[in-house]
Design a protein around this ligand. Structure first.
Ligand code: HEC
Ligand code: HEC
Ligand code: HEC
Ligand code: HEC
Ligand code: HEC
Length: 165
């Protein structure tokens, strides 16, 4: 009887340890549980919110006023939606956390990849159009090897100074 408890306890410790070890790293948590899929279904294009993605190096994140164009009146009973009115009342932006960020020594341009190279968002960010809640970690590990693999395949530059300027 007693030893079976010990065995069960040990099994739990091992299972728990395995679970912790399998977790990649602490996740990113967003201030509002934003649902990409619902907004894509509602007909908003990616660049409706990430306004500079076809024009600049950076894609940009939406401002609260962009959200309020539709959420000035409540559209759902979801408590997450109520947070938007609370931020508006406090004259504050939701503090969205970045998931994808290059180190300062790397140059990356959205315009170049989205417009000129015609690479789909999903190739570099996974299926954000299907995401019902904010991702807690990158869907795609954007390493140097990963960048170079595509550059080789697509005959784009692999000179160090193309990416490190
Ligand atoms: C073009 C209009 C439009 C814009 C702009 C918009 N929303 Fe929405 N939003 C909707 C619609 C429509 C729904 C209802 C979707 C459903 O559940 O059917 C919704 C639902 C939501 C919900 C409820 C939860 C859920 O999962 O459906 C939240 C939270 C939300 N939006 C946050 C935001 C935020 C944050 C922004 C700005 C970054 C934003 N919305 C911009 C139209 C919009
Ligand atoms: C209604 C506004 C809205 C639309 C439409 C929208 N997004 Fe977003 N996006 C957000 C908000 C708000 C965040 C930050 C919260 C989150 O991660 O869910 C975000 C975050 C992201 C991020 C993570 C960026 C980072 O580094 O943190 C990616 C990638 C992204 N969106 C891609 C897309 C793609 C691809 C589409 C089109 C399929 C799209 N988004 C459509 C509002 C939007
Ligand atoms: C070739 C790969 C690639 C493609 C294609 C791509 N992205 Fe990105 N995205 C990145 C990288 C790399 C970063 C980090 C950039 C940095 O930190 O300088 C990033 C960052 C972002 C961010 C963070 C905020 C910001 O201002 O940059 C958003 C949002 C985003 N991408 C949305 C999109 C959307 C929407 C599309 C499609 C229209 C798209 N991306 C296509 C690689 C890509
Ligand atoms: C899925 C394919 C793909 C991925 C992934 C990709 N690129 Fe590219 N990239 C291209 C293509 C194709 C071009 C050439 C575009 C053109 O016609 O100008 C390019 C061009 C560039 C250029 C301009 C090069 C020059 O000639 O000056 C830079 C800088 C760059 N990419 C950086 C990056 C970085 C940094 C990453 C990783 C974070 C990355 N790319 C990931 C396909 C990719
Ligand atoms: C197509 C884009 C691209 C090219 C070409 C490229 N790099 Fe990188 N490099 C990156 C990205 C993205 C990172 C950051 C992500 C990472 O560390 O994997 C990086 C990171 C690095 C780092 C930092 C690694 C670390 O552990 O912090 C060094 C050093 C580096 N690159 C050197 C080089 C040299 C030398 C060349 C030329 C032989 C080169 N890179 C060519 C994209 C590129």
């Amino acid at each position: 009887m007693k030893s079976s408890w010990v065995v069960a306890g040990l099994a739990l410790v091992i299972a728990g340890g395995g679970f912790l070890a399998a977790r990649p790293r602490p996740g990113v948590h967003q201030p509002v549980r934003f649902n990409h899929a619902a907004h894509v279904v509602a007909g908003v294009d990616c660049d409706g919110c990430h306004a500079t993605v076809k024009e600049q190096s950076f894609a940009s994140l939406p401002k609260l006023e962009d959200c309020m164009q539709c959420h000035d009146q409540p559209l759902t009973k979801d408590p997450e939606e109520k947070k938007l009115k609370a931020y508006e009342a406090a004259h504050a932006e939701p503090p969205w956390q970045r998931i994808y960020r290059m180190p300062a020594h790397v140059y990356f341009s959205h315009r170049r990849h989205v417009v000129l190279a015609k690479v789909e968002c999903a190739v570099c960010h996974g299926a954000m159009d299907k995401a019902k809640e904010p991702p807690v970690r990158p869907a795609v590990e954007q390493t140097m090897t990963w960048c170079i693999a595509c550059h080789q395949k697509r005959h784009a530059s692999i000179d160090c100074i193309a990416c490190h300027r």
